[in-house]
Design a protein around this ligand. Sequence first.
Ligand code: TYM
Length: 338
Amino acid sequence: MENKKRMVSGITATGTITLGNYIGAIKNFVELQDKFEMYIFVANLHAITSPIDKLKLKNNIKSMVALYFACGLDPKKVKIFIQSEVLEHTQLGWILTCNSTLGELNRMTQFKDKSTKVKSSNGTEFIPTGLLTYPLLMAADILLYDPDFVPVGKDQKQHIELTRNIAERMNSKYGEMFKIPGDYIAKIGSKIMDLQDPTKKMSKSSDNPKSYISLLDDLKEVEKKIKSAVTDSENIVKYDPEKKPGVSNLITIYSSIKNQTIEETESYFKDKDYGQFKNEVTKCVCDLISSIQENYNKLYDSKEVEQWLEEGANSARFIANKKLNKVMNLIGLNYKRK
Ligand code: TYM
């Protein structure tokens, strides 16, 4: 255990987990759990950056926890916990807020995208502050654990770069306090696209449910969504994200789930038309989802899950608390300690 490299990551509890989250993040967590010491959490504090109904939030958290285990994360190997149960995250978040600049945060593309949506309907004054500052909480989530790598999808790369910049700056200002984390981004599936507009990322906060697949969708719905996914009129199953974004997205989904290369998928579908292609993509996604849902139904109300979460939070707290103390000492916040 001691010699293993460490990873930390989380998923925001704003909705149910999408196929994009699964392929871009969870699938990698599951594959890496034997090789790395892992800390995986439900980012519930990140879920309140925009207004969210209380009951919905509670349900999301409970459902997300059960899904983590249902997807194959093994509580004997991975420490799973709820972010807000380790108070050190918010405390370090504040310290990092005081060591960052408005310029850095304004440059974050996720902030630009999300704030533009609010701006266009309500005006700048109504952009929630949390949308701007949440990358700092994310940086705290990471830096508390001294991870070697952070497994994420492509859209989070910029936030990890910001985390590294802040860590480097603070190390040189106050003395060595943080390990500089790398990102771990899978070769296939790091950006699964929207099924209705394949030039956009698949997102759980989309207004159109046809544009994403949730791991808890009814299988009939999944079939409809894949069958109505936007493709093109060529009827040739070929990977070309520029010219054929819809087909390329389905190829990526299929390749990732089947654990094969893009070339292998292309050659398998060489003589098949879009009808056959979509049928097989549907089958492979439905097989995956139905086995996850079977596990999910067993785990949803299980007492064992609560036990695992408690153990996960205790392990996380132990590490996070030591790190926070070190940071506080180096900054001068613990006045009695030298
Ligand atoms: P979130 O909740 O938006 O996404 C969770 C993870 O899923 C990946 N992802 C995708 N991958 C491929 N295709 C997609 N369409 C897709 N959509 C999402 C994301 O890249 C991410 O890895 N702020 C983070 C959560 C977070 C976090 C952290 C992550 C909070 N603290 C610390 C890592 C470390 C977020 O909103 O991710």
